[in-house]
Design a protein around this ligand. Structure first.
Ligand SMILES: C[S@@+](CC[C@H](N)C(=O)[O-])C[C@H]1O[C@@H](n2cnc3c(N)ncnc32)[C@H](O)[C@@H]1O
Length: 292
């Protein structure tokens, strides 16, 4: 699918950011990886790609299933999360109220938030799951560089195949502005299934209110489902999936942070400030080892 040429990204940001990127460094990294072997190693042959996923995102032809997407994702993302990428991502981590022992980052991409989670909760088992084997190769590389013991899984966040009630924290960063509304809801339902009672979900993404009010902002990048996302309401989606203590707050104007809790059985909805995790989580078996 050809990329759109009329976005602010193509006309203004891409030329500017292209000049800021160290192309030789990217090229060296791209050349240093045996992409065929590494992607094959991480690919789960049972994973099928949903139709929406074959679109171009961010003006990258072939979407996320390319080496180009994998090596350019981080260098570009650092410039498109104002005011500063780490501050923006850290906001989601700062809202974690559980003491997580098992953490799942859905749509983890190159694992930037996943690594932050592991650094913040070093005792926790942390798994990043994504549909792109290419981005997962980069995530695994970053974890090795940082000497962090983490797991990476190739799979669809709508149907992960992971056991029910096996996590106490699920994080989702920058995914839902790229998914059709029905897929978003499917991922929220799967998150609810995967969390133990008392477990928490945290979601960082574009600010739906701001996007709804500022049409030009929806046109900055080539995002095929941004209209769906801007018209939607993540709080309603979280509640419909069964979450309690649902809340969304503005974050640096153009982002938002949403959270919710899987209620304890028979519990009345709790405020987000006082969360208890189901102690039964400890008695669950190990998450099966991934291929990578
Ligand atoms: C904008 S990137 C965000 C990546 C990362 N979470 C971050 O914060 O940088 C969106 C990611 O979602 C992944 N993705 C999209 N649909 C997915 C699905 N159904 N299941 C798993 N990953 C998905 C893409 O492959 C991509 O890595």
């Amino acid at each position: 699918m050809p990329t759109r040429q009329d976005t602010l990204w193509e006309q203004l940001l891409k030329p500017v950011i292209s000049n800021l990127i160290d192309r030789e460094k990217l090229e060296r990294f791209a050349q240093s990886v045996d992409w065929d072997a590494e992607t094959q190693r991480i690919t789960n042959p049972q994973t099928t790609y949903p139709r929406y996923y074959q679109n171009s995102f961010h003006g990258i032809e072939g979407g996320y299933l390319t080496v180009t997407a994998a090596v350019t994702y981080d260098p570009i993302t650092q410039y498109v999360l104002p005011p500063q990428e780490t501050w923006v991502r850290q906001g989601a981590i700062d809202r974690v109220k559980v003491q997580p022992r098992r953490i799942l980052d859905l749509g983890c991409g190159t694992g930037t938030t996943t690594l932050l989670l592991k650094q913040t909760f070093p005792q926790a088992q942390v798994i990043g799951l994504d549909l792109s084997p290419y981005l997962l190769v980069v995530a695994a590389h970053k974890a090795r560089q940082a000497n962090l013991d983490m797991q990476w899984r190739h799979g669809n966040a709508e149907a992960t195949g992971l056991p029910a009630a096996s996590f106490d924290l699920i994080s989702i960063a920058l995914l839902f502005h790229e998914t059709p509304a029905a897929v978003t809801q499917g991922i929220l339902r799967e998150s609810f299934r995967l969390l133990a009672a008392g477990g928490q979900i945290i979601i960082l993404d574009g600010n739906q209110k701001t996007l709804a009010q500022m049409p030009w902002l929806r046109n900055v990048f080539e995002e095929p489902f941004i209209e769906d996302y801007a018209a939607g309401n993540l709080d309603a989606g979280l509640s419909a999936a069964g979450f309690g203590a649902v809340q969304t707050e503005d974050w640096w104007l153009v982002h938002q942070l949403s959270q919710g809790v899987k209620p304890l059985p028979g519990a009345t909805p709790q405020p987000a400030a006082a969360i208890q995790t189901d102690p039964g989580l400890d008695s669950l078996g190990e998450i099966p080892a991934p291929a990578f």
